[in-house]
Design a protein around this ligand. Structure first.
Ligand SMILES: *Cc1c(COP(=O)(O)O)cnc(C)c1O
Length: 431
C-alpha cells in the first residue's frame, strides 16, 4: 500500500495559457502545433496577457496626474513585445544603447524613454541625446560630469534625475536587491544636496528630480513605502534649497506569482493605493518602471522530454530546455511551475533537469508532476520575464526561438539561432 503523495491543489488556469480539450493552448493556439512547426525548446508569449497587465497597472495608477509607465526593457526586449506594449501607450526604461535602439525601433516615442544604469558610456549618452529622451537617471557625480561634457559637445541639454539609494532591505533575493547602502546603485540620500548643487554648476544639464528602485520580485509593499517616503523627504528638502523638482521615478520591482501555492504578491491595485497615499502633495510627474509585472506571467518555455532516467531518489525528467534558455533557477534558486502540455491523471515525483553539463542545470527537485515520458511536451510557466533576455549559448546551444500568440494568430518573433552563427570563430593563420 503506497501512501498518497502530497500534491498541491490544482492551479487555477493562467489567463494566457488555458487548458482546452486536455491540451494547454497559447490563447487559442494548441502548443503542440507550435512545437511541431518551430521545434523545441521555444518561448511562447501571450500578447493578450501582456496587454491585460499593462491595462491593469494603468488603471491602478489612474488617480495620479499623467504618470509615465516606462516598461523595463531588460525583462523582455523582443521587438514584437516592445511593439505590443508601445501600442498600449507604455514608454521604456532602458539600460544600454542596444535597449535604447530597440525601444525606438519598436515605436516608443523619445519623450517616453528613461535611461537607467550605473555604467552608461559616453557613446550611449550621445546616442540618447541625439535621439531624445525623457530623462537620464544618474547614479554618481562622475556620471553627471561625463554627461555634461557629452551634452556640451553636442550642443544639447540633458534632462537628469538622480537615483537615490534609500538604504532599505528589499526582502528579495540578494542578487536582485538593489536598494541597500552596500549595493552599487544610486547616490546616498545624504549626498543629494551636493549632487544637485553640482548639477546646477555643470553646463548642459537640467535637473528634473529623483529616482529610486530597490529591487525586483518584491513580495511586500513595506520596503517600497519606506523608500518612497525617503524620496518624498528628499524632494521637500531640495525644494527648500531652491531646486526645481518636477519628476519622481518610483522604479519597478512589483513581484508576480511563480508558485500558485505561495501567498499572492501585492496587487497592482494595492500598489497604486500606496503610491497615491505616499505621494500626495509631491506635485511632480510620477514615473514607473515595471518589467516582470507586465510580461512575467505572459510567457512559457515549451520543451520536450528527451528521456526519463531512473535516479536514486526520484527519476530525472531530462528536458531539451536547459539553464542557458532559462537561467533563473540556477542563478536565483527560482521556483517555476512545470506542467505537461497534455496532462494525465497519473502523477509522479521527479527531478526536472536540462542536458547541460552542470548540476546547476536543474529546474526542479522532488517535484510532483503529471506523469510524462520521452517525446512528450511540457511547459515551464512564468517565463515571460528575465528568461529569453538572459539566454546564452552555453554548451554551444543556439539561442531559443520566441513565438507570440494573439487570439488565434501566432508568429515566430525570433527564429532559432542558426548554429552556423556559433561556428563563425576563426583560428588564426599563425597558430
Ligand atoms: C530591472 C529594473 C527595473 C524593472 O524591475 P522589475 O522587477 O522587472 O519590475 C526597473 N528599474 C530599474 C532601474 C531596473 O534596474
Amino acid at each position: 500500500m503506497i501512501a498518497p503523495l502530497p500534491f498541491p491543489a490544482a492551479p487555477e488556469p493562467t489567463h494566457g495559457f488555458p487548458l482546452r480539450d486536455g491540451i494547454v493552448h497559447g490563447e487559442e493556439v494548441p502548443l503542440p502545433l507550435i512545437a511541431r512547426e518551430v521545434g523545441t525548446p521555444v518561448f511562447v508569449y501571450s500578447a493578450s496577457a501582456m496587454r491585460q497587465e499593462a491595462r491593469r497597472l494603468r488603471s491602478a495608477l489612474a488617480s495620479l496626474a499623467d504618470p509615465l509607465i516606462a516598461y523595463a526593457v531588460k525583462a523582455n526586449p523582443n521587438a514584437a513585445v516592445l511593439a505590443t506594449l508601445a501600442r498600449e501607450g507604455l514608454g521604456a526604461d532602458v539600460v544600454s544603447g542596444g535597449e535604447y535602439r530597440r525601444a525606438r525601433a519598436a515605436g516608443v516615442p523619445p519623450e517616453k524613454i528613461v535611461f537607467s544604469g550605473v555604467g552608461k558610456t559616453a557613446a550611449e549618452m550621445a546616442l540618447a541625446l541625439d535621439g531624445g529622451l525623457c530623462q537620464f537617471n544618474l547614479e554618481s557625480l562622475a556620471e553627471a560630469e561625463m554627461l555634461s561634457a557629452v551634452a556640451t559637445a553636442l550642443g544639447r541639454t540633458a534632462p537628469v534625475a538622480f537615483r537615490v539609494n534609500p538604504d532599505v532591505a528589499a526582502g528579495s533575493h540578494a542578487k536582485i536587491s538593489t536598494g541597500a547602502a552596500h549595493n552599487k546603485f544610486g547616490i546616498a540620500i545624504s549626498e543629494a544636496s551636493t549632487a544637485c548643487a553640482r548639477v546646477r554648476e555643470l553646463p548642459g544639464l537640467r535637473l528634473c528630480g529623483f529616482a529610486v528602485h530597490i529591487g525586483s520580485q518584491l513580495t511586500s509593499l513595506a520596503p517600497l513605502e519606506e523608500a518612497f517616503g525617503k524620496v518624498g523627504a528628499t524632494i521637500e528638502r531640495l525644494r527648500r534649497e531652491g531646486h526645481d523638482i518636477c519628476t519622481a521615478d518610483l522604479g519597478g520591482g512589483l513581484g508576480i506569482r511563480y508558485d500558485p501555492a505561495a501567498p499572492r504578491p501585492p496587487t497592482p491595485e494595492a500598489y497604486g493605493a500606496l503610491v497615491a497615499r505616499v505621494t500626495r502633495g509631491w506635485d511632480v510627474r510620477l514615473i514607473f518602471e515595471p518589467g516582470r509585472l507586465i510580461v512575467g506571467e505572459a510567457g512559457v518555455l515549451l520543451t520536450e522530454v528527451i528521456r526519463v532516467k531512473p535516479g536514486p531518489r526520484h527519476p530525472f525528467v531530462i528536458l531539451d530546455a536547459a539553464m542557458n534558455d532559462l537561467m533563473r533557477p540556477s542563478l536565483y534558486d527560482a521556483w517555476h511551475e512545470i506542467d505537461a502540455v497534455q496532462p494525465k491523471a497519473d502523477r509522479m515525483i521527479a527531478d526536472v533537469v536540462g542536458p547541460v553539463c552542470e548540476t546547476g542545470d536543474t529546474f526542479a527537485v522532488a517535484r510532483p508532476l503529471e506523469r510524462v515520458a520521452a517525446g512528450e511536451l511540457m511547459i515551464i510557466r512564468t517565463a515571460g520575464a528575465y528568461a529569453a533576455s538572459m539566454g546564452s549559448t552555453y554548451n554551444s546551444r543556439p539561442l531559443t526561438p520566441e513565438v507570440l500568440v494573439d487570439g488565434g494568430n501566432w508568429a515566430v518573433i525570433r527564429p532559432r539561432q542558426d548554429i552556423e552563427a556559433l561556428l563563425r570563430e576563426r583560428v588564426p593563420a599563425w597558430l
